[in-house]
Each structure stands twice: as structure tokens, then as C-alpha cells.
Design a protein. Structure first.
Length: 141
């Protein structure tokens, strides 16, 4: 597991948390659990109910939708963030392409952080809006 200082540096590189203060990042780090997962491990399974999100601290993950690869993501990215907002089905399957160091944040812990750090909700909404716009552009031009 990474040291607390290293964890904060990893979180600082996550776009979702880029505007957070060191104190805010400490709250996030405290709320999350670090996991080491070997290459080939499934992080989330499309269609299953989501209850948490994962931040890729180190390593690379593959995102597949309906069995088709749609993205390869690395350190500083978040997967499963829709589950921070609802308990709907996962929209993709994500597997570790390499050995990965991840931070797991449950919806309950995330919402507690948002209560303490409202700016985080603004960042999450902006991130999700950007994804919706990109999907709209890809679908409709």
C-alpha cells in the first residue's frame, strides 16, 4: 500500500479532485480503501448493481461495453462514478490490464465527503456533463 503522502499525491492527479485542498484530499483518502488487484481482475461488471467507485492510482484498466473495448484508462481516472449517485446497473465492464493500485470509495462515504466538501459535487457534475456531451457528439455529430 502507498504511504499517506503518496496517496495524497495520487489523488491530487485525479481530475475530479484537482481543485481540492490538501485537507479535502486527506478526507477523501481517509474515506477510501486502497486495493491491490492483479492483472486480469474484474473491477466492475456491466449490468450489476454498483455501490462504489474506483480511482486508479497506479496501473491500467480496460473498459468494455457489451463486450467491445471502448477505452483504456490509467492513473488518475475514476471508474464507476455513476454509482456514487445511484445504485443503478453498471454501464460497462472494467478489468485490470496490468497490476493495479486502486482506491475504493463507497457511495455512503462519498456522500459524507460531499457534505463536507460541496465543491466536489460541482466537479463531479461537470465531469459527468462533459461525458454526456462527448457521447452526444459521438452519437449525433
Amino acid at each position: 500500500m502507498a504511504s499517506k503522502k503518496a496517496s495524497l499525491e495520487h489523488l491530487r492527479n485525479v481530475a475530479l479532485f484537482s481543485s481540492c485542498s490538501t485537507k479535502d484530499l486527506q478526507r477523501i483518502a481517509k474515506a477510501g480503501d486502497e486495493l491491490m488487484m492483479p492483472a486480469g481482475s474484474m473491477i466492475v461488471d456491466q449490468g450489476q448493481t454498483g455501490r462504489e467507485a474506483f480511482i486508479v492510482l497506479e496501473g491500467t484498466v480496460t473498459v468494455k461495453r457489451n463486450g467491445k473495448k471502448v477505452a483504456t484508462l490509467g492513473a488518475g481516472t475514476v471508474v464507476g462514478e455513476l454509482s456514487l449517485l445511484d445504485h443503478g446497473p453498471r454501464t460497462a465492464t472494467v478489468t485490470c490490464e496490468t497490476d493495479c493500485n486502486l482506491m475504493l470509495i463507497t457511495q455512503r462515504h462519498f456522500l459524507a465527503i460531499v457534505d463536507d466538501v460541496p465543491a466536489l459535487a460541482h466537479k463531479l457534475l461537470a465531469s459527468l456533463a462533459g461525458r454526456i456531451r462527448e457521447l452526444d457528439r459521438q452519437s449525433y455529430g
